[in-house]
Design a protein around this ligand. Structure first.
Ligand SMILES: *[C@@H]1O[C@H](CO)[C@@H](O)[C@H](O)[C@H]1NC(C)=O
Ligand SMILES: *[C@@H]1O[C@H](CO)[C@@H](O)[C@H](O)[C@H]1NC(C)=O
Length: 335
């Protein structure tokens, strides 16, 4: 190769390199802007520049994941969780930082065991048994939200009145194996409400998103009572269907799956684990035009997540645990 050729080659490489650098810088700028806009939209503030830089890097990686993701059944979006790592997100779901301990051995009566006819579809929202979507914010209180949604449901079904009930009372006052924002169990919550003789309304005992002292005075305004709770026979979506046909049901799931965290629409159907770390309420079921059966899930991550706060998750899957383990420990309150 002559020296002119080498020189030309050198210039070509230099030019290409420059354009690569410029391109990635442009990309960076638009991502920085995206991050700024996203911070505004979700009211995020960082304590200093270092923290902001760190969060930006995580945001970038998550955005890359979301934008490169494709599944014909459902979509993802860049939601409020986009500046957290997977580990942080999983830890925030369940403050215990370990999978929920599920007592699958203990069985209870199952009042829907002899149910033979169930409607083809059910949506408790249409029947006025579901309050608007709530947000647990930065507190591992999913268990309180899931329990409350199920009690709001059975209260409306049995009395005709839809009353928003207090998660904060459960966060503050339920003991046993439950630790407020550090995670807890629906079973503890039911037992607390039975013992106390009811649960306060949301308006009398409003949500704070943090652990507070149990307020007996506010708790004295019990508006909804339950007699107890029952478990659906485990790992059996057919039995689960009988229960959901009659009332909203609390289920534990693995909620830490990255695609679930950014789910925005469609039917969530995908390989998912069974390390139960989240609680949600099943408020109905249906079947899509192309024949995919699904559950309607009420979540507590605000209305910017999922289908205005709800998700449709595939029903009757091959694995008997159900998608993300949803059939592993369903419970429902008894009015
Ligand atoms: C279901 O049917 C069986 C057999 O008739 C009966 O023994 C059982 O009590 C019924 N269960 C409920 C919850 O009604
Ligand atoms: C995904 O988003 C696209 C574009 O908004 C939309 O047309 C499509 O229906 C969505 N798919 C699902 C399964 O929701």
């Amino acid at each position: 190769m002559s020296s002119t050729n080498i020189l030309t080659l050198f210039f070509i490489i230099l030019t290409l390199w420059n354009s690569v650098v410029i391109c990635s810088r442009l990309l960076e700028t638009s991502l920085t802007e995206k991050h700024e806009l996203w911070m505004k939209e979700h009211g995020k503030f960082y304590k200093d520049v270092a923290e902001k830089q760190k969060r930006f890097e995580i945001f970038k990686e998550n955005v890359e994941f979301i934008e490169s993701f494709y599944d014909s059944a459902f979509n993802l979006s860049i939601n409020q969780f986009a500046d957290q790592t997977n580990e942080e997100f999983k830890a925030s779901l369940n403050g215990n930082k370990k999978p929920l301990r599920i007592e699958t051995e203990t069985e209870t009566e199952f009042r829907y065991e002899n149910v033979t006819e169930v409607p083809a579809t059910m949506d408790w929202r249409e029947r006025g048994a579901v309050t608007p979507i709530k947000n647990q914010y930065d507190c591992g209180s999913c268990w309180a939200f899931a329990t409350v949604a199920a009690i709001e449901g059975i209260h409306q079904i049995s009395t005709g009145k839809l009353v928003s009930l207090s998660e904060q009372e459960l966060v503050d006052c339920v003991k046993g194996n439950s630790y407020g924002c550090s995670g807890g169990y629906s079973e503890d919550a039911y037992e607390f409400i039975v013992k106390k003789g009811g649960i306060a309304s949301e308006s009398k005992y409003p949500y704070k998103g943090a652990d507070k002292k149990c307020n007996i005075k506010k708790g004295a305004y019990s508006v909804a009572k339950i007699k107890g709770y029952e478990k659906v026979p485990i790992n059996n979506e057919k039995e689960l269907l009988k229960a959901v046909a009659n009332q909203p049901v609390v289920v534990y799931i693995e909620g830490g799956e990255r695609a679930f965290r950014y789910y925005s629409s469609g039917i969530f159907k995908r390989k998912c684990g069974t390390d139960l770390d989240h609680a949600v309420t099943i408020v109905g079921y249906g079947i899509s035009e192309d024949g995919v059966k699904y559950w309607i899930i009420k979540n507590s991550w605000g209305i910017k997540w999922g289908e205005k706060g709800y998700a449709r998750m595939e029903r009757d899957i091959h694995s008997k645990q159900g998608l993300c383990g949803l059939a592993m420990n369903p419970t429902y309150p008894i009015a």
